[in-house]
Structures are given as structure tokens and as C-alpha cells.
Design a binder for this molecule. Structure first.
Ligand code: GDP
Length: 657
């Protein structure tokens, strides 16, 4: 392989690679042009390892930076950081760097890039040039912008609703994988449930409430990605207190530092739970030492950081930890206003096999009531049923109450803001305008056909990524974006930390995505579920293998482009049977024909909501192979059981080009 090709793959310049190779233990000479193919995977692995180490160091440095006094120069350094999207026009780049255009053009020419003022540079070229000019380049992240605007929206909505009523504090548990977050949440749930009678039948709805000292505490029960993401996007507004779990036998690890960075950024009060103190290798002082090294001085060492040694496994010191949580929460007693219509944040959402879209909302102001009309992101609905985390039916729910809701028209995204709209006209307008232009999460868009107007000839491969650290999920997404296979596109519909879970599989099934697990453990139950739902899970430990595999998949999608050939359309007049993943419905064929072995698009108000398949066709109670326009037909449908009377079904055949 050429050195330059490998450098491109690693997203560095050839010169940088040649300089880096000896550091990585590969001495191939400073002027080498080719690298032995057998060395390539080893070099990539060594490079990635070194990069990971650097990332860890950077994170550590970031946390250490916290304690240092800010000097004037720090601002100047910060100003040198710029963000660039996938492409940037030359003159815009000069502008964001605040440099004369001639200076930039000169630098471009020096690097052999001959362009005019209005030409576009891709991210790689622009960042190399900008770095040469002394700028730190970050990829602009539209997600971050979206999060910031959501945060602003929530702040605005809550600004007038501060209130004076004391509400339960909301607690989020953070920390490195395997340090015992789940075990701690389980230990608290098991020993401090609010309603002891409900003990055995508690549900996992993304949050629960525990009782301590006669008071309620709301725990966000999603120690993996979701809570993290919601935390990042909503910051201190969703949680009042963080519990940072650190295993006493393992000390501070990369995700501990990531968590500390988030806690600090959000100025979130926190308690450190030093876990696994039952283990022989436990060393509480070493954890404290680690904290002190990054300027988080434990209380008993003269600082302000509250540390509580615990054993989640043996439920040791749990009441003490809860007491500390309340103590920290009381420093700024959480208050809100239970009057008026509800505002909340979605902390969990999934498709229930029989009930359809289900979500858990954490109410932040006001009271949510049965029958309330609401909008949440692009989804609207009317509260049909509400339950608390023990499964108890609720008529209403006030601030800090995690509430499972039914009555959503679609699957809302975690982190979205739920807003109750009491005015019918306003509700209609808001739900209509929000629905427009937004794609349903339930929609099947794995491979978009040639007749898809929005996307021309582009076939989309949907991907869900789970990884051990947030940084690698982001790195994978960035690398995936760089794979260029004509007429295809990758869409990462979800990414996050921790194990692949049931929701990932259900979401993958609904959007026909593939699930990638990077450095995460394989899990038999999830594998079985994936098999049942026909979802592909791919596990990787090495990023270049992952990229190779995805590229091959894109090539195969490209070469096997699917065309949806229209057959006919039917209006649904009756529902005869509804099961977990199938339905029997009847209707009139409006145009074309319905024929055996066709696929079915379910259309609601003209929008495709889901795609399923036809398994049996009847006319006048007889099995037939086709029914033409003007006649009634009964069909067995395999797919999401979401068909309702009045929906239209479009029948088509998939043809491979
Ligand atoms: P998470 O990834 O942070 O949610 O970690 P888990 O809660 O899944 O715990 C990881 C492993 O550590 C599991 O095998 C737990 O049983 C174990 N573990 C958690 N807390 C303790 C503890 O206090 N003592 C001991 N000995 N093991 C624990």
C-alpha cells in the first residue's frame, strides 16, 4: 500500500505519518513510498491506540484546567478555534479565521491547492490549511447546534414557571462502564421503593422515585447513553444532582473524566459514590488521591467534594449516600410550579409491541393530565393513559414525576421537550406545522427507492452505533461520513454509550437500520431479539474493519438499487384482527391491483408511516392471487400493527436494478 493512501485513511498528511511511524515502532524510513501490506493493519491499530491515549490525556488536561486560574491568554487561545462543516467556501474560511483572503490563498497555493475565492474546500483540505495557519479546527456539529436551541427553548419555557413549591430533586448517575451505576440504581430501587406493595412489578421506564428521610428523590434510570445525551443537551435543567460512581478497585477512568467534564460544564452539584468497597482490591484513598490530583479535593481532606464509600452489591451505606444526595440537593432546594399546563422532557421512548409508541416524560413544570393535547418535537398526541414507574395508573402528574405516557402518534426522540397545548386551534396548527418536513422515526428508510422524491437517487443506510466511550461513537460517525460511495448515504440515526439494548433493536427494526457495537460486549438475549426482528448486529473492535464492512455494504446497496414498482392502492374499511406484528384488514381497492407477494406501504394522511408485507389475500372469503380496482379485498399484513380505518395501503413490488 502507498504511504499516502494510508495517511489519507488515517486522515493525516503523508509527512505526519512518516514522522509518526517511528514513534509507533515502525521504522520504514523517512522517504518510504510504500508500506508492506502485512504491516498496514498493525500500523492502523497502533495509530488508533496512540490516538485514544492522546484523547485520554486531552480529557484529563481539560479537567485539570478547571482548577487553574483563568488568565487573559486563555481567551486568545480559545479564539483560535474554528469549526467547519463538511465543506466551506474559500472566502468564508478566510472570514472565520479573520485573515486577509490573500494570506489564505497564498497558503492554499503553497499546498498545491489552486482554487478561486468562491470555490468550495472539503473539510479535510480546509482543516489542514487552517491548522497550518495556527488554528485548531473542529468539525461543526449540527447536533450540537440543535441541542443548544432545544436548551434555549426549554430555558425560555421554564423562565416564567420558576414557582416556589419544593419538588423532589432529580438525580443522574454517571461514571465509567462497569463501575456499578446499574447496580447502584438497582440497590436504591430495591431498598427504598416508594410503594412497597408494588415492589416486584416495577417497570423500567427510564426513571424512578425512591424515598429517603421521608422525602422523594427522582432517579434517572438510564445510566447509559440516553441519560448522558439528555444531560448534555439539557444540562443542569433535567437533573439537580449527579452521583459520580467510581469503583474503588479501578479508580478514575476515561468515562469518569468525561462525566466530570459534563458535571463541571453544567455546574451540577455532585456526590462521589466510591463503590465496590467490599472488594479486596478496593482502595478508597487511591480514588480520593485521583480526585485530588484533578483538583477535586475530598471533604475529609479539607476540600468540598463529598465522597461516600458504598457497596452497591451488598447494599452497604446506601442510606448514607441518599442522605448526602439530599444534602447536596438542598444547597439549592429544587422548586417548581405545579400550576398550569405541563412542560417536560422525554427521557425514554420505545415502540411497545401492542401499545405502539410509548414514552416516559419527566415533568418540569405544571401538571400533566389525562386527555391533555401535546406536541413533542415533530410528534403530537393526546394523553390516553399515564402510569408511574410502578405501573400504577395516574390521572395527573406534577413536577419531577417520571410518567409513562400513551397516546403519541409517533416515536418522540429522547431529549425532546413535551409541551401541553390547551387551545385546540393552536394545537392543530402546531402539530401540523411540526409534522411537516420532519421524517417519522417509524418510517422505513433503509433503502430509499428511486421514486423517492426527497432524495433523488440516493440510497440510505441507517445505522445505530453503540460504543464503550462517547468519543469513539463520535469518531466512528465522523469516519462513516467520509465514506463516499456514489448514490449512497449513511445516516447515523442514534449513537451512544454502553451495551446494545432492546430499544436499539426495536428502533433498528422500525427504521431498518443495522446496529454496530464497537468495543461492547455481545449479549445473547439481544442477539436472539435481533434474530427475531430480523435486525443485523455487527460487533467490531477495530475501526478500520468497521469502515471496510460498511463500505462493502454501501457498494452492495449501490449495485442492487431497489425500485418500488407501484401496483395498486386500497382504502382500509375494517380491522379484523390486530396482533403484535401482524394484522388482518379489509378494504376497497381504489386503483391498480393488489396481488400476492407484494409489499405494503401504510399511508396516513398521505405520509408513509411504515412498510410491511402481504402474506395472504382474500376476496369474498376465498384465497385469491389478485384483486383489481373497484373490488373489496381482505389482506393479512405482516408489520407494525398501526393500520387504522381510513388509512390507505399502497401495494408495490421491490425490483432490483
Ligand atoms: P455499570 O456499567 O456502571 O452500570 O456497572 P454495573 O452496575 O453493570 O456493574 C458492573 C459489574 O460490577 C457487575 O458485575 C456488578 O455485579 C459489579 N458490581 C457493581 N457494584 C458492585 C459492588 O459494590 N461490589 C462488587 N463486588 N461488585 C459490584
Amino acid at each position: 500500500m502507498n504511504v499516502s493512501a494510508l495517511a489519507r485513511q488515517l486522515k493525516i498528511t503523508t509527512q505526519e505519518l512518516l514522522e509518526k511511524l517511528p514513534e509507533l515502532g515502525f521504522d520504514i524510513g523517512a522517504r518510504a513510498i510504500k508500506i508492506d501490506d502485512s504491516l498496514v493493519p498493525k500500523i492502523i491499530q497502533a495509530y488508533k491506540k496512540a490516538q485514544k491515549k492522546e484523547l485520554f490525556k486531552e480529557e484529563l488536561a481539560q479537567v485539570e484546567e478547571r482548577g487553574r486560574p483563568k488568565d487573559k491568554d486563555a481567551g486568545a487561545v480559545k479564539e483560535k478555534e474554528i469549526s467547519i462543516g463538511n465543506e466551506i467556501i474559500v472566502k468564508d474560511l478566510a472570514e472565520i479565521m479573520n485573515l486577509p483572503i490573500a494570506r489564505l490563498m497564498g497558503e492554499l497555493m503553497k499546498n498545491g491547492v489552486m482554487v478561486s475565492l468562491n470555490e468550495r474546500l472539503d473539510f479535510d483540505t480546509a482543516s489542514i490549511i487552517a491548522e497550518d495557519l495556527g488554528f485548531k479546527v473542529k468539525k461543526s456539529n449540527s447536533e450540537l447546534i440543535e441541542e443548544a436551541s432545544k436548551r434555549e427553548k426549554l430555558q425560555k419555557l421554564l423562565a416564567d414557571r420558576q414557582g416556589q413549591e419544593i419538588r423532589p430533586p432529580v438525580v443522574v448517575v454517571m461514571g465509567h462502564v462497569d463501575h456499578g451505576k446499574t447496580k447502584l440504581l438497582d440497590a436504591i430501587r430495591e431498598s427504598n421503593v416508594v410503594d412497597q406493595e408494588a415492589g416486584g412489578i416495577t417497570q423500567h421506564i427510564g426513571a424512578y422515585q425512591a424515598q429517603a428521610g421521608g422525602r422523594l428523590i427522582t432517579f434517572l434510570d438510564t445510566p447509559g447513553h440516553e441519560a448522558f445525551k439528555a444531560m448534555r443537551s439539557r444540562g443542569g435543567q433535567i437533573a439537580d444532582v449527579a452521583v459520580l460512581v467510581v469503583a474503588a478497585d479501578d479508580g478514575l477512568q476515561p468515562q469518569t473524566l468525561e462525566s466530570i467534564a459534563v458535571i463541571e460544564k453544567e455546574k451540577l452539584p455532585f456526590v462521589v459514590a466510591i463503590n465496590k468497597i467490599d472488594k479486596d482490591a478496593a482502595d478508597i484513598d487511591k480514588v480520593k488521591q485521583g480526585l485530588a490530583e484533578i483538583n477535586l479535593i475530598p471533604e475529609d481532606w479539607g476540600g468540598k467534594v463529598i465522597c461516600q464509600p458504598i457497596s452497591a452489591k451488598f447494599k452497604k451505606n446506601i442510606p448514607e449516600l441518599l442522605e448526602m444526595i439530599l444534602l447536596v440537593a438542598d444547597m439549592e432546594t429544587p422548586k417548581s410550579d405545579s400550576q398550569g399546563t405541563a412542560i417536560g422532557t422525554i427521557i425514554e421512548s420505545h415502540i411497545d409491541k401492542s401499545a405502539g409508541p410509548v414514552a416516559t416524560v419527566l415533568i418540569q413544570a405544571g401538571t400533566l393530565r389525562l386527555g391533555d393535547m401535546f406536541v413533542v418535537g415533530s410528534v403530537s398526541g393526546k394523553i390516553k393513559t399515564m402510569q408511574d414507574w410502578t405501573g400504577k395508573a395516574l390521572n395527573q402528574a406534577g413536577p419531577a414525576t417520571p410518567t409513562k405516557i400513551l397516546g403519541l402518534k409517533d416515536l418522540p426522540e429522547v431529549g425532546e421537550i413535551l409541551e401541553v397545548i390547551s387551545d385546540k386551534k393552536e394545537f392543530k396548527e402546531k402539530s401540523k406545522s411540526k409534522q411537516k418536513g420532519k421524517k417519522s422515526l417509524l418510517k422505513n428508510n433503509h433503502v430509499q427507492s428511486n421514486d423517492d422524491k426527497d432524495n433523488g437517487n440516493i440510497s440510505v443506510l441507517n445505522i445505530i452505533i453503540r460504543s464503550d466511550v462517547l468519543g469513539s461513537a463520535e469518531a466512528i460517525e465522523e469516519s462513516l461520513e467520509k465514506i463516499k460511495v456514489p448514490d449512497t448515504k449513511i445516516k447515523v440515526i442514534k449513537k451512544g454509550l454502553g451495551q446494545i439494548n432492546e430499544d436499539d433493536i426495536l428502533q433498528a427494526q422500525a427504521s431498518q437500520a443495522i446496529v454496530i457495537g464497537f468495543h461492547v460486549k455481545e449479549n445473547k438475549n439481544i442477539q436472539a431479539l435481533a434474530l427475531e426482528k430480523n435486525v443485523n448486529i455487527l460487533y467490531f473492535d477495530v475501526i478500520y474493519k468497521l469502515l471496510e464492512d460498511i463500505e462493502a455494504r454501501l457498494q452492495s446497496i449501490k449495485s442492487k438499487k431497489i425500485i418500488h414498482k407501484f401496483l395498486g392502492r386500497m382504502e382500509v374499511l375494517a380491522i379484523f384482527k390486530k396482533k403484535r406484528d401482524s394484522m388482518i384488514v379489509g378494504g376497497r381497492v381504489l386503483e391498480g391491483k393488489v396481488s400476492k407477494d407484494s409489499k405494503i406501504k401504510v399511508l396516513k394522511n398521505g405520509e408513509v408511516e411504515s412498510i410491511g408485507a402481504l402474506s395472504n389475500l382474500q376476496s369474498a372469503k376465498e384465497d385469491v392471487s389478485e384483486v383489481v380496482a373497484g373490488n373489496e379485498a381482505g389482506i393479512s399484513y405482516q408489520g407494525d400493527p398501526i393500520i387504522e380505518v381510513g388509512d390507505q395501503l399502497e401495494f408495490f413490488q421491490e425490483i432490483y436494478e
